[in-house]
Design a protein around this ligand. Structure first.
Ligand SMILES: NC(=O)c1ccc[n+]([C@@H]2O[C@H](COP(=O)([O-])OP(=O)(O)OC[C@H]3O[C@@H](n4cnc5c(N)ncnc54)[C@H](O)[C@@H]3O)[C@@H](O)[C@H]2O)c1
Length: 357
């Protein structure tokens, strides 16, 4: 078992990573009790695949447990789902001695974390991420929230979990497209923070795609370590944490202009390749390094070019209205070498147009 720590003083918490950990969660919670009773929240897919294992694991450890579900997919990440779940918690008599378990992908983690933050003005929660994206990114760092028709993640708060349990074995059930969503974030960490990790990814590409257990465990642990270090330095995204948005500003514009037919991970991959061309144009990054990043993304089966049929004008508009833009000016995370980036809004329209290709 690998054990990491997110060092946030009184909000510090451990991340445990192990193949097969799902069936040991009961024992782990017995060793590090967080609550008297636990309510697992999972989407219908994940509840069917793994809900039973986790319930059984807690029952075997004599811990009272219930399971609540909601329909899978981003469309559920809204206030209506939160209200429905909150009412179910109240009907079950859940109080502040109890805790929630977010069992699932980023959608479940974001909903459950937000619900935990506001139910009875805050109860504890635990993350048990099951998608690669959730294991390497969303389950660590305490960003929670839901979407409203006006925009994604517009309602939410920072609320840290008490513990993160990661069972890498569950990735075997993850659809290919969902694996790609996570892999784009994995490559991101190498480029923004750690060139050794980037080279590890290059050397182990096939084993990662084949989900070789020791390699996958190493990848997940490494990503969580980087995320933890970034969050420790800047919990509320005042500065350093913004590096995690590498490729995301342009990626979100690609995603939106495609009317969400291009999946998140693919859009982020395209976004990373596109901002690299800005870095090269600004003489911040060598063209050979930009090519190496492109090669890794493509090696994982991720796209790197903006499809010709996407409306460039529309993408430009999306960039300006991105919720992280200030006065209509987006910021960009630009690599200056593999493992190091800068954050800047000093990118003119011509460069953006060139990055669109
Ligand atoms: N809080 C954060 O810091 C943060 C960071 C990045 C993304 N996010 C959010 O995360 C969400 C995306 O997360 P996601 O990609 O995990 O989506 P998701 O939660 O919708 O999961 C993707 C799909 O995979 C299924 N699934 C999950 N684990 C599985 C498994 N092991 N086997 C088979 N199927 C499985 C789910 O049922 C779902 O259908 C977005 O809403 C995004 O805004 C949050």
């Amino acid at each position: 078992m690998k054990q990491l720590q997110v060092g946030l003083e009184e909000r510090a918490y451990p991340i445990l990573i192990k193949e097969g950990l799902l069936s040991e969660i009961g024992q782990e919670l017995k060793l590090r009790p967080i609550a008297k009773r636990y309510i697992i929240i999972a989407d219908d897919n994940v509840a069917e695949l793994f809900g039973g294992h986790v319930v059984e694991s807690l029952r075997n450890a004599d811990i009272p447990v219930d399971l609540l579900t909601f329909p899978h997919g981003e469309a559920s990440k809204n206030m209506a789902t939160v209200e429905k779940l909150a009412r179910s918690l109240a009907q079950l008599g859940v109080d502040r001695q109890d805790a929630l378990i977010a069992l699932g992908g980023g959608v479940t983690g974001d909903i459950t974390g937000f619900l935990a933050a506001i139910y009875m003005r805050g109860i504890s929660f635990v993350q048990v991420p099951t998608s690669l994206l959730a294991q390497v990114d969303s389950s660590v760092g305490g960003k929670t929230g839901v979407d409203i028709p006006e925009g994604k993640n517009l309602v939410g708060c920072f609320y840290q979990p008490k513990c993160v349990f990661i069972d890498t074995a569950v990735l075997k059930d993850l659809p290919r497209e969902e694996l790609l969503n996570g892999l784009a974030e994995v490559v991101k960490y190498g480029v923004i923070y750690d060139s050794d990790f980037f080279h590890f990814l290059v050397a182990n590409q096939k084993s990662i795609l084949d989900l070789e257990p020791t390699v996958v465990e190493a990848v997940v642990a490494h990503c969580c370590t980087i995320k933890a270090r970034v969050v420790e330095a800047d919990e509320r995204e005042a500065d350093l944490r913004r590096i995690l948005n590498y490729g995301h500003t342009l990626g979100h514009a690609v995603e939106a202009a495609s009317n969400f037919t291009i999946a998140h991970g693919k859009a982020i991959s395209i976004g990373m390749a596109a901002v690299n061309t800005i870095s090269v144009k600004k003489s911040l990054l060598g063209a050979d390094k930009a090519q190496r990043i492109k090669d890794v993304l493509q090696g994982f089966g991720l796209p790197t070019d903006i499809p010709m049929d996407l409306d460039r004008g529309q993408m430009k508009e999306f960039l300006k209205t991105d919720k992280k833009s200030v006065n209509g000016k987006p910021f960009f995370v630009l690599p200056i070498q593999i493992g190091k980036v800068i954050i800047t809004d000093d990118v003119d329209d011509v460069m953006i147009e060139e990055a669109f290709g």
